[in-house]
Ligand binder design. Structure first.
Ligand SMILES: *[C@@H]1O[C@H](CO)[C@@H](O)[C@H](O)[C@H]1NC(C)=O
Ligand SMILES: *[C@@H]1O[C@H](CO)[C@@H](O)[C@H](O)[C@H]1NC(C)=O
Length: 529
């Protein structure tokens, strides 16, 4: 009996060891971020991985929104994802905007998800009233710098520093993911992408942004990896443009690359856009900016080539005929070898449906669309932080630069490597439903040369292949488990559908957003330098 019993317990032990092993393998095979994965498993940060977060394309809100949580227990927050700034900030539950109907009326915004530090056991105050950020569009927020737990895409970042805004003109917080060198305080701190890597969740400070089709409801951001099914052809890697600080030393502060040339085409008719200085133009890739902006001389050349009309009298916006040629496109050459084609579907924005009667009468189109490119001097709305803008203005000696916002980024798959100071771009494979995630490694000396799909996926494809990583390239990918495209369901409120709200931007809001702030900021800064 005794022996049997020993054997039995041994058998039990072996069985449980085997089970533990299976679980162990399971842990490694199941990616962190997979829905339903227990928190305890997610905390295993010993093997870095990749994390994907779905972004809701909110055309009314003019941006891409991530659903994250802050604090313990987790408090849901919806944040605009922004490669043009570096701080994360959330709206404090006692923020002025949230408690004053007068301010809500004045700013035309209200609060939904807010953060209450008193309800979080992991909250710590870093600096009372130490947070103060301003953006090129004239908005800003201020309040405390705090640290708390920040969860995104299944990754949990401990003690992340962020702003808790008690004064704000926006009811939605922002998730800045540019270099920590551009945070809005002189006490530079490790920001989201720094902590992602420092806490061992990903191997290298890199993420890939897939905004997807203008008409699609969502895009995604993938931390620590590249999805080779989301782009067409080769990824083309280029250096990030250095900026110079006040003391004249070079550094990396802004996610900008060299824009070499542009061509406007209608069918076989190709018109090069004039670049007056024949120098490459620094182009900031800014996911927090809804449209794209060019220096006046270049913008004028582009508008003339495709028959866009700038309303200098009332709105400052550039319009284009919704019924114009459907084979219109604008092609951009960036870095050494990236060619990105922006088709009419991504730059002729039909956002005034039902509001045509409000379009100023000088606009010569019976059916006017908003054009995806605007003149940087005449109208703008940019999330680029004032710190980043000052850096780029200094770096260009007050010269010109382009801001490439969502109307450029939707057609682009963009890999941002803040460890090696490189960006890789390729034409986006819109509405891709499959995925082939390649994890980026700390040992990579840069972004690996990866090849994507051969051509634009047709929307009817429903394949969900997950195989080994892309061809070429030094990085390895975990094989069958790259079901890495595990998505975190976006806030149901937000998923109510951008598609339904495509008819959106209130024309009044657009008109009011107008020129003054950006023009005066840039104008002033450019003259000063
Ligand atoms: C992508 O999907 C949207 C609908 O979600 C559709 O309107 C659009 O035409 C699709 N784009 C392509 C390139 O197939
Ligand atoms: C889009 O953003 C606007 C402005 O922030 C907000 O009022 C609206 O609820 C959002 N829509 C969705 C579908 O999330």
């Amino acid at each position: 009996m005794r022996t049997v019993s020993v054997l039995e317990s041994l058998a039990l032990f072996i069985a449980s060891a085997a089970a533990a092993n299976v679980v162990e393998i399971g842990i490694n095979r199941i990616r962190p971020g997979q829905p339903g994965l227990a928190n305890t498993l997610r905390r295993r940060a010993s093997s870095p991985s990749t994390y994907i977060e779905t972004l809701v394309n909110n055309v009314t809100g003019g941006g891409y929104y991530a659903s994250v949580t802050v604090g313990t227990p987790p408090q849901p927050q919806v944040l605009v994802i922004d490669t043009g700034s570096s701080d994360i900030w959330v709206v404090a539950s006692d923020a002025d905007l949230c408690t004053s109907s007068r301010l809500q009326e004045e700013y035309g915004d209200s609060c939904s998800d807010t953060y209450d530090s008193s309800k979080s056991s992991t909250y710590k105050l870093v600096s009372s009233e130490g947070f103060d950020i301003s953006y090129l569009d004239g908005t800003g927020s201020s309040g405390d710098y705090i640290t708390d737990t920040f969860d995104i895409g299944g990754a949990s970042i401990k003690a992340l520093q962020m702003g808790s805004a008690t004064q704000t003109v926006r009811g939605t917080g922002i998730m800045g993911i540019s270099y920590s060198a551009s945070v809005s305080t002189l006490d530079v701190y490790p920001n989201l992408i720094d902590q992602f890597q420092a806490q061992g969740l990903i191997s290298t400070k890199a993420y890939s942004l897939y905004l997807n089709d203008f008409r699609s409801e969502s895009g995604s951001i993938l931390f620590g990896g590249v999805d080779a099914d989301k782009f067409i052809g080769n990824l083309s890697t280029m250096p990030i443009v250095q900026t110079s600080s006040q003391n004249g030393t070079g550094g990396y502060t802004v996610l900008a690359v060299a824009l070499n040339s542009m061509t406007a085409s209608t069918g076989s008719d190709k018109n090069p856009v004039d670049f007056p200085s024949s120098q490459p133009l620094p182009a900031i890739l800014d996911s927090g900016t809804t449209l794209s902006y060019l220096p006046s001389d270049i913008a004028t050349s582009l508008f003339d080539a495709i028959g866009a009309y700038t309303d200098d009298l009332v709105t400052g916006y550039t319009f284009i005929d919704c019924n114009g040629p459907s084979d219109l496109s604008v092609t951009l050459q960036l870095g050494k070898g990236a060619t990105i084609v922006l088709p009419a579907s991504q730059i002729v924005l039909d956002v005034f449906a039902g509001m045509q009667s409000q379009i100023p009468s000088n606009v010569p189109f019976s059916n006017a669309c908003l054009f995806g490119f605007q003149d940087i001097g005449s109208a703008s709305s940019s999330s680029l932080s004032a710190v980043a803008a000052a850096n780029i203005v200094a770096a260009t000696s007050g010269g010109s630069f382009a801001l490439l916002g969502d109307t450029f980024l939707r057609s682009t798959y963009a890999v941002y490597d803040l460890t090696n100071n490189e960006i890789a771009l390729a034409q986006s494979n819109l509405n891709s439903t499959s995925s082939k995630v390649v994890e980026l490694q700390a040992s990579d000396s840069g972004i690996p040369t990866l090849t994507g799909v051969q051509s634009q996926q047709t929307t009817s494809t429903t394949s969900t292949t997950s195989t080994t990583g892309g061809s070429g390239g030094s990085s390895t990918s975990d094989s069958s488990d790259s079901g890495g495209t595990v998505t975190v369901t976006a806030n149901p409120k937000s998923s109510a559908g951008a598609a339904g709200s495509l008819t959106v931007p209130s024309y009044g809001v657009l008109a009011a957003a107008g020129a003054a702030c950006l023009a005066s900021f840039l104008g002033g800064a450019l003259v000063m330098v």
